[in-house]
Write a protein of this length. Structure first.
Length: 549
């Protein structure tokens, strides 16, 4: 009924086509023809375009299979791989995990990958589509001196890589292969293939934040752990997972970004009718760190209890808002409403509303009335530090510098044209300066297209939290060019007004101490230029003002 099979005896599984291929020993196209014949379905002939697409995909599958094997061999057997082996040992990752996940090492060499693939007779066009090379320099490898995590489909085909920097010099600690003809990060899960047997038997999957967390969980016996390939769980990943199991448990980091990812994953799981729970660590920020510091047993002992998804969301909202006030109660309700919207069963929805009414000390009828009306309450708590040490992002209270940089980081295609109008020295806000430098480094390293790359390059937890939250906010994506133009004008106006004050001081001093006429003339000329600039900027802002910041 579900279109796939699994044999618990021989441990083989796959689609109905795989079943025919295995039993009848025929190629894929022949299996399609056999099934079509049984179902009395007439097959359309493959068009030239479809054949070209299939041939391209098969070539890329073959290429990635070869490269994954090479990376793995270098890690396990070569002298070059010693650095990778030493790093894995320092993270307390056992050798059997190296094999289970086919981990690899990309050497710190500029030309080896291109030369190797050319010797395998791959064309430059194929290499350009592979996602393994820089877009700016088609012979320069994207991965150098990195520990490699092959990303495999549920069938076991390697289609991409995640990579951890070992040089200590790259701002992007973790990077992934960009989307290619055979890979889209939102359609894949790291560790799904390695977890498939367990999740089919247990009907449960554990979602972690990163690749190392997945490896640590498997090493500790939780062989149903996997991770989204980005900052949050996607709808496409939810549909994929629903094919194999009925329960999802999240184990994301405890910072604001992790909480947002947890909330999104819970709502998606609920929408797909999957039982959902949350695991929380108390001894470390993530599974990989705990295994590294204290070993597998410490992780097992710290994962004894879980919380039902809705209860987690309610508890989190109560911590964030003052549930003793009517406005706070409304804010809690609005925070958990997406979960209620995702709940299809009327009986389950009634039980969730009852739980919420008891916790908030509000009549169920009031919650139901507000829910049915779709009434929106907006709670605006004071900006304060969260329990995790970072403040929630409030666009209305941040500086124009940071507002501009958050807009720019959400619209990175505008960075190159903005950098000609605005340099880092123009900024006064230290967080804005740091974010400007991250964008500059990302542009130089050619990794600026992916949100997760940017987040990995940010050292400050508060700034990383702000940027992560900004990725979920429409405010930073609306009319970005107009916003940036105004912000640049405001920043330049501020700086020219400072220059005018400095010029006035120098002019007053020069007039009082008998400075030469030439010196005074230079200052007056500078004053005229500054006044003209200020006038133009004020005029531009008066004609093109879209925010009060």
């Amino acid at each position: 009924d579900q279109g796939f099979y699994y044999c618990f005896s021989c441990k083989k599984g796959g689609s109905m086509f795989d079943f025919i291929m295995e039993m009848e020993k025929v190629p894929f196209l022949e299996s399609v023809k056999m099934l079509a014949s049984k179902a009395n379905v007439e097959l359309a002939e493959e068009s030239p375009h479809e054949k070209q697409k299939r041939d391209l995909n098969e070539t890329l599958y073959d290429l990635y299979d070869k490269i994954a094997g090479s990376f793995n061999f270098i890690l396990l057997k070569s002298k070059q791989g010693q650095k990778g082996r030493a790093y894995l040992q320092s993270r307390n990752v056992h050798p059997d995990m190296w094999e289970r996940f086919k981990l690899g090492y990309a050497p710190d060499e500029v030309s080896w990958l291109y030369d190797f693939l050319k010797k395998q007779h791959y064309s430059d066009d194929i290499l350009a589509l592979s996602g393994l090379f820089s877009q700016k320099n088609p012979t320069y490898p994207l991965f150098r001196d990195r520990l490699m995590f092959p990303i495999r489909t549920w069938q076991g085909k390697t289609v991409a890589f995640g990579a951890r920097d070992l040089s200590g010099t790259s701002k992007a600690k973790y990077i992934n292969t960009p989307d290619t003809p055979i890979y889209s990060k939102k359609h894949n899960l790291y560790g799904l293939y390695e977890s498939l047997d367990t999740i089919k038997k247990s009907q449960q999957a554990i979602l972690c934040e990163g690749n190392f967390d997945v490896v640590a969980m498997h090493q500790s016996g939780y062989t149903n752990a996997m991770a989204p390939l980005g900052t949050s769980f996607t709808e496409e990943q939810g549909k994929l997972l629903r094919r194999y199991c009925t329960k999802v448990t999240t184990l994301f980091d405890s910072d604001d970004a992790g909480q947002n990812a947890t909330a999104k994953a819970l709502v998606l799981a609920q929408r797909f009718g999957m039982e959902n729970k949350v695991l929380k660590l108390t001894k470390a920020k993530d599974a990989a760190e705990l295994v590294e510091l204290e070993g597998e047993q410490a992780l097992k002992s710290d994962l004894q209890t879980s919380l039902q998804g809705f209860h987690y969301l309610v508890n989190n909202a109560v911590k964030r808002y003052d549930a003793t006030t009517s406005k706070g109660k409304s804010a809690v309700f609005m925070a958990v409403r997406p979960y209620l919207d995702a709940t299809e069963s009327a009986i389950e929805k009634e039980a969730l509303i009852k739980h919420l009414s008891i916790l908030l000390n509000v009549d169920e009828s009031s919650i139901i009335d507000d829910y049915l009306r779709g009434k929106h309450f907006v709670a605006k708590p004071e900006v304060q530090a969260t329990s995790f040490g970072v403040r929630p992002l409030n666009p209305a209270t941040i500086s124009v510098d940071l507002y501009a940089m958050l807009t720019l980081v959400n619209n990175r295609g505008l960075y190159l044209q903005t950098r000609y109008k605005l340099v880092v020295e123009d900024l006064e806000d230290k967080e804005a300066e740091a974010l400007y430098n991250v964008l500059e480094d990302a542009a130089r390293e050619d990794v600026g297209k992916n949100d997760e790359y940017i987040l990995q390059m940010i050292d400050d937890p508060q700034l990383r939290s702000d940027v992560s939250l900004s990725f979920t906010m429409e405010e930073f994506k609306m009319a970005p060019l107009k916003v940036l133009n105004e912000a640049v004008n405001r920043i330049q106006l501020r700086n020219y007004e400072k220059k005018r004050l400095s010029n006035k001081r120098l002019l007053d001093i020069s007039l009082s101490d008998g400075t030469s006429d030439d010196g005074i003339e230079d200052l007056l000329r500078e004053k005229t230029e500054i006044d003209a600039k200020i006038s133009l900027l004020r005029q531009a802002l008066g004609q093109d003002t879209i925010t009060g910041r």
